[in-house]
Design a protein around this ligand. Structure first.
Ligand code: CP
Length: 303
């Protein structure tokens, strides 16, 4: 496989290969010298047309831990503001002999477009409301670390499913690994065709939490909501927010995840985000090892 565009295109075996490779890199990251020379001759451009904290830093760290040469590009402050097209921007970067491009873009499908028009390996770091494959891989890797094999495990994805590329990539990834998936949230934030993806829809968040072993709580993506889809953030927090008293009422322990960035007090309360049940920072930590694995495998480097 030359690119990582979406989880939809991956085979289950590919996901296991990425996880096994990430296991090795996680061990490297515990060493005093957290670096291997695998990608000494590889140059990678991280081109971000949308804001990012975790994904961007995580990719850059992953690439540097593999000894790649790294250049970072963000649309703000670039010639994009002068009217340059995506393809011209990328061709100019590639003309400087770049081997691999990690791209985030607000347009769904942008990485596929790029892959058709360039020779470089493309990694999708999030395209619009479509896919965020490395987030899904690090989420599933983090669940696997806690639960072992995910076959038959019960995972709830809660919140703004409609606008979330994390939700779609998680659904594809978890199903390929044999997990059962429920999506939960307000009807206005769950796509009408959700069940056609093979998931169950549960509008009552408490019932979804009662059913699941892991709750992956998603951010309310106000920047993608062009009309009001719920009355107020306060009301959303009251009916769909994950808080300590709701979790206590379940009388069982579940694992809490969130891809970040968190809207504290909206989709998740601070006492849950910072609780022992939360593995949010483990997700961030695992992101580096998983992205090292993806970059390494796509580079074709041999150990
Ligand atoms: N989870 C995630 O994609 O976070 P960033 O937008 O900060 O990269």
């Amino acid at each position: 496989m030359k690119h990582l565009l979406g989880i939809k295109e991956l085979q289950t075996e590919d996901i296991h290969t990425i996880f096994q490779t990430a296991d090795g890199f996680k061990e490297v990251l515990q060493r005093p010298i957290k670096k291997v020379p695998a990608l000494r001759d590889t140059t990678i451009a991280n081109i971000f047309f949308e804001n990012s904290t975790r994904t961007r830093i995580s990719f850059e760290l992953a690439q540097k831990r593999l000894s790649a040469d790294v250049v970072n590009f963000s649309a703000s402050g670039s010639s994009v503001s002068k009217g340059e097209t995506l393809i011209d921007t990328v061709h100019n970067i590639l003309a400087m002999k770049v081997d691999m491009v990690v791209m985030r873009h607000s347009a769904s499908g942008a990485p596929w477009f790029l892959a058709r028009h360039t020779d470089a390996a493309i990694i999708n770091a999030g395209d619009g409301t479509n896919e965020h494959p490395t987030q899904a891989l690090l989420d599933a890797f983090s669940m696997r670390e806690k639960l072992g094999d995910l076959k038959g495990r019960r995972i709830a994805i809660i919140g703004d499913i409609m606008h979330s590329r994390v939700a779609l990539s998680n659904i594809y990834c978890l199903q390929k690994l044999g997990a059962e998936v429920v999506v939960s949230g307000p009807p206005t934030l769950i796509p009408k065709n959700a069940e056609s993806l093979g998931v169950r829809v549960e509008y009552d968040v408490r019932k979804a939490l009662q059913w699941c072993e892991v709750a992956n709580v998603l951010r309310i993506q106000l920047e993608r909501q062009h009309k009001p889809l719920f009355s107020t953030l306060r009301e959303y927090a009251m009916y769909y927010g994950i808080n300590k008293s709701l979790l206590n009422s379940l009388q069982k322990e579940i694992i809490i995840m969130h891809p970040g960035p968190i809207n504290r007090g909206v989709e998740i309360s601070s006492d849950v985000a910072d609780s022992k049940a939360s593995i949010i920072l483990n997700q961030v930590e695992n992101g580096v090892a998983v992205r090292m694995a993806v970059v390494y495998l796509l580079s074709g480097a041999t150990a």
